[in-house]
Design a protein around this ligand. Structure first.
Ligand code: SIN
Length: 289
């Protein structure tokens, strides 16, 4: 494919891929270029895309198998591969996904096999706000002191989905199911990217509740420190969405957060996104805690 260009988005992470129409034919060389750019820059932005759910799914599949999603009420009615992140009411009730991702998180860290990445496509966005912020977890690891890196490198952490504070605002039945299906799981605190060999921190606010073998109280200062360190402004990229933007993030090297920085009391402010998810490899060892 001619005309593909990679333009960096910030000092910390992110690149815009220019000259690609996701709905069109994309050759394998262009896909390989994007794969390399993702490994280097952690997130990729594609502007001005006009894609159907089927095209969104087909593009995602070029990078690997999709994650099977389980929460029926959150999914696209005709395309269950798509998770709908939206503040549009569903059957007259507030959507359960309207507050998705309000805390810093690594997707599916609470499962034995966290996903490889996600592709979030903006169909409708508020006039201001509704941003998503990404933190570079490789840079976060690299910028710790030698002593801290050596101390944490072989630690494991417990991730417990039931700690998500927003669950109290969601449909209790759906919440009970997702928590019952996902008992606490132990993961390495530092994981190694299979493509680049770079190390990064595997963390989520609230969900990463303790270090293996320690109490919550003992673990909290270190977990809080690492999250604060990783999310310093200089280690992040904040995306202000336009309708037609698609962001592909590498879940093995970023944490992300949707701060909800728009006026949700104004029902004219619609934020409606479609997200596909790439399944994680089965070789990241996680044992039930
Ligand atoms: C997510 O956490 O997957 C959604 C992020 C967003 O809505 O910006």
């Amino acid at each position: 494919m001619s005309g593909l260009a990679v333009r960096r988005l910030s000092g910390a992470l992110g690149a815009e891929i220019q000259g690609v129409d996701i709905a069109g034919d994309i050759d394998n060389i262009a896909i390989a270029t994007m794969r390399n750019a993702l490994s280097e820059h952690c997130i990729l932005l594609f502007r001005d895309q006009k894609i159907t759910p089927a095209q969104h799914i087909a593009f995602t599949e070029r990078f690997g198998p999709l994650q099977e999603l389980t929460l029926g009420s959150y999914l696209h009615a005709d395309h269950p591969e798509i998770f709908v992140v939206s503040n549009k009411p569903v059957a007259g009730k507030p959507s359960d996904t309207r507050n998705t991702g309000r805390h810093w998180h690594t997707d599916m860290c609470y499962t034995p096999h966290p996903c490889r990445g996600s592709l979030l496509y903006a169909l409708e966005v508020p006039p201001v706000g509704g941003d998503t912020v990404f933190a570079n977890m490789q840079r976060a690891f690299d910028t710790l002191s030698d002593g801290m890196r050596a101390m944490i490198e072989n630690l494991r952490a417990v991730h417990d989905l039931s700690r998500v504070p927003d669950f109290k605002n969601r449909d209790p039945e759906a919440t009970r199911k997702i928590v019952a299906d996902n008992p606490p799981v132990e993961q390495p605190l530092v994981w190694v990217h299979p493509d680049s060999g770079r190390k990064s921190l595997l963390l989520s606010e609230h969900i990463t509740c303790r270090l293996a073998g320690m109490s919550d109280e003992e673990s909290k200062p270190l977990i809080d420190y690492l999250i604060a360190h990783a999310t310093r402004i200089k280690n992040t990229y904040r995306h202000q969405w336009r309708a037609g933007d698609l962001i592909f993030w590498d879940n093995r090297s970023v944490m992300h957060c949707a701060p909800g920085d728009y006026d949700m009391s104004d029902t004219a402010n619609r934020r409606h996104m479609h997200r596909t998810t790439l399944a994680g490899p089965k070789d990241l060892l996680g044992t039930t805690a």
